[in-house]
Structures are given as C-alpha cells and as structure tokens.
Design a protein around this ligand. Structure first.
Ligand SMILES: Cc1cc2nc3c(=O)[nH]c(=O)nc-3n(C[C@H](O)[C@H](O)[C@H](O)COP(=O)(O)O)c2cc1C
Length: 170
C-alpha cells in the first residue's frame, strides 16, 4: 500500500529516528513510503473562509506548502502522524496540516493510520493521542498503532526495533 508519513518535527533527531524506523520496516514489507517534512513547511491555519466548499471545489484559497501535502492525502492508503510533543500536543505545523484537510473533508482512500510521538518528559502524550483517536474515527480510518518515546527511550534500539517490527507486519 501507499503510506504517507507526516513528520511534524522541524529537526532531524528523535521523531525522525522513529519515522526512519517505521519507513525501514514498511519498505521491507513491500510498501511504498513517502515522508513529508511538515515540521519544516510553511502551512497556515485554516481561515474558515469556506472558499474550498464553494468556488474552490476542494481547493484551498491559501497558497502555501499545504499544496505539497494535499496530493498525498488524496492518494495514500495509510497515514502516519509523527510529532514531538510541544506543550502537550502535536506541533503547530502538523496540527495545521491536519486541520487543513477541511478542504476535502477527509482523505478519500486512507483506511489505516498510526501515531509516533516523542517527548522529553515521561507522559505528556494524552492530549495528542486523544486528538489522533477522535480524528481517525471521524475520518473513518482505523488506528493500527500508537508508539511513544519519552526521555531516554528516544533513539533507543529497543523502541526503534518495536516500530520497525510493527511496520514490517503491516
Ligand atoms: C517548543 C517545545 C515544546 C515542548 N514541550 C514539551 C512538553 O510539553 N512535554 C515534553 O515532555 N517535552 C516537550 N518538549 C521536548 C520535545 O518534545 C522533545 O525534546 C522531543 O524528543 C523532540 O523531538 P525532535 O527531536 O523530533 O524534535 C518540547 C520541545 C519544544 C521545542
């Protein structure tokens, strides 16, 4: 299947290691994996102008990096949301990329999702996980797995192997 990974981290460290482990496993299982570095993109928040639901017919009036993300949303069978925790939530960049799906309602083909989260402290994941679960349910997408790495778990071989094995079994 075609898997899109939205990496909400602006830097290539802890979340990136989780993303790379996922991609390695998924590719080994024969899946096509596209990683979008959403954390380094310029994606504005939704303006609620409703252009997309009128004249725009599914296109957003804002011309920004969401134009790189939307084709992936349209085409993928699985979406992996990856993010460091920033103040008990996903990064603003990833949140914006999720909320801008409003233009199309929901990804038309995606049937599966997973969540990769990295943090410094032991358990700040609750908010991001709740958002992910309710959003996936709303989009009619089945959660396949949630992986968190806190503190020393980040970039640990045990955590990366867990993610790699999960992706290999998809
Ligand atoms: C703006 C900002 C806010 C953060 N907020 C939290 C937080 O609420 N809880 C936490 O445990 N770590 C927090 N962190 C730490 C990151 O989640 C943590 O270092 C993570 O591993 C970074 O992932 P990365 O290497 O992919 O950027 C924050 C970091 C930044 C830069």
């Amino acid at each position: 299947m075609k898997i899109t990974v939205l990496n909400g981290s602006p830097r290539k460290q802890n979340t990136a290691a989780m993303v790379d482990a996922f991609a390695e496993g998924a590719k080994a299982a024969g899946h096509e994996v596209e990683i979008l570095q959403v954390g380094r993109m310029k994606i504005a928040g939704c303006l609620a102008c409703e252009y997309c639901h009128g004249k725009g017919a599914g296109k957003c009036i804002q011309k920004d990096d969401m134009e790189k993300v939307m084709p992936a949303y349209m085409d993928c069978d699985m979406i992996v949301f990856a993010s460091p925790i920033y103040y008990f939530d996903m990064t603003a960049q990833l949140s914006a990329a999720i909320q801008r799906v409003y233009a199309i309602g929901k990804p038309p083909k995606a049937k599966a999702a997973a969540l990769l989260l990295s943090s410094a402290s032991p358990n700040p994941f609750e908010g991001a996980i709740a958002t992910y679960r309710t959003m996936a349910a709303f989009m009619g997408i089945e959660d396949k797995g949630i992986f968190t790495a806190a503190g020393d778990e980040n970039q640990s071989e045990a955590k990366l192997a867990e993610i790699r094995d999960f992706a290999k079994a998809l």
